[in-house]
Design a binder for this molecule. Structure first.
Ligand code: SAH
Ligand code: SF4
Ligand code: F3S
Length: 449
């Protein structure tokens, strides 16, 4: 696309999917700003219409395809517009994108965000697809949504083979970023005003095993330690760890490192060892519960969250009851619950003979959500009467007179107060629902920051 120096081009980017995609989108935006593009508030006004897609479940696909219909119409109105599709869905269908959606000009997988710049600055107008696995978007400039919160991508890809999951095929083999680069990036984020860092990877606690160049493998716990030492970083979070790699050093780090938050997202997927085996999760129910016990031993007040899938092929009522039992036993602070969705190219998608009927999947989901909600409510109630540190994110979504922020336990708090976004406020909690806390800022003493 030839770029005119006189007229500033604009882009509009819609992001679907997980934090990986949110992070990649920040990098895309950073890159587009450095190419002289401005961000258009509406898709209709943009010269460049971009989508960063997800394919984790069927609903993700269908949601995106509906948006693409609008892009098609806009392209028909103005054929000069450029339509780009990036991310996991693009990767999973590759060049088929252009056959199915001929109005798409450029398509690229998650490992190819930087190629977007190449395409935009080249003179070629023909449709192009980029689907190699290479490079880290982490090395591109970022445009952060909130200046005080930042993502640090520590690895790309996934070496697990969870039988239901499309991610290994869309993001490729696991590659860790060099330790020294990550520490340097954490320092530069802190210098930019970032207070809260979230370390990102599909399986963060397997970080570093593949590193050879810097004198051998490094561990995730070592990385946590190094980031904790960075001046200015007050909170560290990470997502997602894998229960199979949740070792004591990482658990201890939660008790020992001042900035590492008291929240662990530990994906369960199923409470039945038989189903876990069919899912190829490589841990069983006992091992999972043992990890939870070790976490609670070192960090008694920890908030635990999880991901659970119901209706995996072959899941019997007895298997499902085991999932309910684990949910009762652990008592999660929150959970993401999903209905199994067959994904193209995955092992579990072939298990059609054992498929659980859809109405049964829905029934199980509803029963599970009830148990999850009950515990979430109980767990949240323990904060009532406590004064907690809240990183202020902005105005409350429900009441603009109030503020909204997050506690170290990752609970959203709506509260009356005077603190500015990016500040740490001390909030006395007056009430709690399963989802959010409410209270008032204590103005007597401001939390550090
Ligand atoms: N790497 C992360 C998961 C990323 S996907 C991890 O292992 O924790 C986020 C969640 O989506 C998964 O934890 C799983 O619960 C759910 N999920 C993945 N594939 C799915 C499928 N085919 N059907 C339903 N849920 C799925
Ligand atoms: Fe998917 Fe499993 Fe890898 Fe998570 S660990 S991304 S669920 S294959
Ligand atoms: Fe994330 Fe969706 Fe890809 S959940 S890794 S964007 S398939």
């Amino acid at each position: 696309m030839p770029s005119s120096p006189d007229i500033q081009k604009s882009f509009h980017l819609t992001t679907f999917g997980c934090q990986m995609n949110e992070h990649d989108s920040e990098r895309m935006k950073g890159m587009l700003h450095s190419l002289g593009y401005s961000e258009a508030p509406e898709r209709e006004q943009a010269d460049l219409i971009l989508f960063n897609t997800c394919s984790i479940r069927e609903t993700a696909d269908s949601r995106f395809v509906a948006h693409l219909g609008q892009a098609k119409r806009l392209k028909r109105e103005d054929p000069e517009r450029v339509i780009g599709v990036g991310g996991c869905w693009a990767q999973s269908v590759k060049d088929e994108v252009f056959e199915r959606f001929p109005f798409v000009d450029v398509a690229f997988g998650p490992g190819q965000v930087h190629k977007l710049a190449e395409f935009l600055t080249s003179d070629s107008l023909s449709a192009q697809g980029y689907f190699e696995f290479e490079g880290f978007t982490g090395s591109l400039p970022a445009h952060r949504e909130r200046p005080f919160q930042g993502w640090l991508q520590i690895s790309v890809g996934c070496n697990c083979r969870c039988s239901y999951c499309i991610v290994p095929s869309t993001r490729g083999r696991e590659v860790s970023r060099p330790f020294a680069d990550l520490v340097a990036e954490a320092r530069s984020m802190a210098a930019d005003g970032v207070k809260e860092i979230t370390l990102l990877g599909q399986n963060v606690n397997s970080y570093g095993r593949d590193l050879r160049a810097e004198g051998g493998p490094r561990s995730f716990a070592e990385l946590l330690r190094a980031v904790d030492e960075v001046e200015g970083i007050e909170r560290i979070r990470y997502t997602s760890p894998h229960p199979k790699d949740m070792r004591e050093d990482v658990i201890r780090a939660h008790a020992e490192l001042p900035s590492l938050c008291e929240h662990i997202h530990l994906p369960l997927q199923s409470g039945s060892s038989r189903i876990l085996k069919a899912m190829r999760r490589t841990y069983d129910r006992e091992r999972y519960l043992d990890r939870v016990a070790l976490i609670r031993e070192h960090v008694p007040d920890v908030a635990l969250s999880t991901d659970i899938i119901v209706g995996f092929p072959g899941e019997t009522e007895a298997d499902f009851q085991e999932t309910l039992e684990v949910a009762e036993q652990v008592g999660y602070d929150s959970a993401f619950t999903f209905i199994f969705s067959p994904r193209r190219g995955t092992e579990a998608a072939e298990m059609t003979a054992e498929a659980v009927p859809h109405p049964e999947k829905v029934r199980r989901l509803e029963a599970l959500v009830q148990v999850i909600q009950r515990h979430a409510q109980e767990r949240a109630a323990r904060f009532v009467g406590r004064t907690v540190e809240v990183l202020v994110e902005g105005p409350s979504r429900t009441d603009p007179e109030k503020l909204r922020g997050r506690t170290r336990h990752n609970k959203v708090v709506n509260f009356a107060g005077l603190a500015a976004p990016g500040e740490m406020a001390l909030v006395e909690i007056a009430s709690a629902t399963s989802q959010t806390l409410a209270g008032e800022e204590t103005l007597l003493a401001r939390a550090g920051g």
